[in-house]
Ligand binder design. Structure first.
Ligand code: PHE
Length: 364
């Protein structure tokens, strides 16, 4: 009797389960096996049966319950697989579609020049260093052998910050040379603790400021300093490094380079470095004219001493190069102000690809 009832219950339930969608399946589970589901109620009725009858009925009901659980699980698996397949189908990506064109940015030509300088000097073992835009008077002038009333200060139209009375005002650095001072002071301190500290070999690209504004001067411009200090550094190293740099940067293997005596308070001897070009065609490395490119020299003994370095033990060379100037020459840009106008058409034309970083492998 119970056996027949269970059999028909199972048959009906199976049919309903096989036809159910996900919500109907859950409703069926509750109606059959839930707290007051039909099978649960049958199990509860066992309590009122005689022991012998209970044993038989219990076995039958539990068997039916197990079959129903299996049927529910099997249907759920089918529905889950179908749902996943439908989702995968709906969310399919067509990898053969051409990409939506993204606006491609460009590296600003001045940034590119800094990257190229880093690549060229990096290959020669120079480290990249930077310093603050706002400098003390001492770092920018005095330590560089430009004392308080030295006429050389007038060479640089300095922006002074307001200062407390009796204090020398801080300045917007007029050149990257104060980073020489910072570096040498650090080095002297380091060597006091660790006498074998590696020699200094740095380049310092960065912003510089002078109160000057026309087609060839901007109140904010860029320089890169270079500094090498060690026990055996000579003028020959200066010449070799700068000749290699200029030839790599301008991409002219036999570029003529001329070292012309000059004056800077912080170097002795001092020199200006010229490259060969044709004034008529503007071509670098051609013609018979000379173009001034950068200032350089052997670090003045006073400067070394100001930084706690004994000039009899260590010496070195320094140079400073104007980045706008060499970038204009390299790319044929004739007005400095264009660098700062943020004209997207100009940037697209003179900028370089962010996906092709500066390396020496194929020439800068
Ligand atoms: N600081 C100098 C300038 O701005 C350039 C320079 C740097 C010259 C280092 C010699 C050595 O003009």
């Amino acid at each position: 009797m119970l056996g027949d009832d269970l059999k028909s219950l199972l048959e009906t339930a199976r049919r309903e389960i096989d036809a159910a969608d996900a919500p109907a399946l859950e409703a069926l589970r509750v109606a059959l096996l839930g707290k007051s589901g039909s099978v649960t109620m049958l199990l509860k009725s066992l309590g009122g049966m005689a022991p012998e009858e209970r044993k038989q009925a219990g076995a039958l009901i539990n068997e039916a319950k197990a079959k129903l659980s299996d049927a529910l699980a099997a249907r759920r698996a089918v529905l889950d697989a179908a749902a996943l397949a439908a989702r995968l189908d709906a969310e399919r990506i067509d990898v053969t579609q051409p990409p939506r064109p993204e606006p491609l940015g460009a590296i600003h030509p001045l940034s590119r020049t800094m990257e190229e300088i880093a690549a060229i000097f990096g290959a020669m073992g120079f480290a990249l260093k930077d310093g603050p835009d706002i400098e003390s008077d001492w770092n920018n002038f005095s330590a560089l052998n430009i004392p308080a009333h030295h006429p050389a200060r007038a060479m640089m139209d300095t922006f002074y910050l307001t200062a407390a009375e009796n204090e020398r005002p801080a300045v917007l650095r007029t050149h990257t040379s104060p980073v020489q001072i910072r570096t040498m002071l650090d080095w002297a301190r380091q060597r006091a603790e660790q006498p074998g500290a590696a020699p200094v070999r740095i380049i310092v690209p960065g912003r510089t400021f002078r109160a000057d504004h026309d087609a060839t001067h901007s109140p904010m411009f860029h320089q890169s300093e270079g500094l090498v200090i060690g026990p055996d550094i000579t003028l020959a190293h200066l010449k070799g490094c700068l000749i290699d740099f200029l030839r790599a940067f301008f991409g002219v293997p036999n570029l003529p380079v001329r070292f012309r005596a000059s004056y800077f308070p912080f170097t002795e001897p001092s020199m200006e470095v010229d490259i060969g070009w044709s004034r008529k065609t503007g071509e670098i490395g051609a013609g018979t004219d000379w173009l001034e490119i950068l200032g350089a020299g052997m670090v003045h003994p006073n400067v070394l001493a100001n930084c706690g370095i004994d000039p009899r033990e260590n010496q070195g060379f320094a140079f400073g190069v104007g980045l706008e100037r060499i970038t204009m020459l390299k790319h044929g840009i004739n007005d400095l102000r264009l660098f700062y106008e943020s004209d997207v058409r100009w940037l697209r034309h003179y900028g370089s690809s962010p996906l092709a970083p500066a390396t020496l492998h194929e020439g800068i």
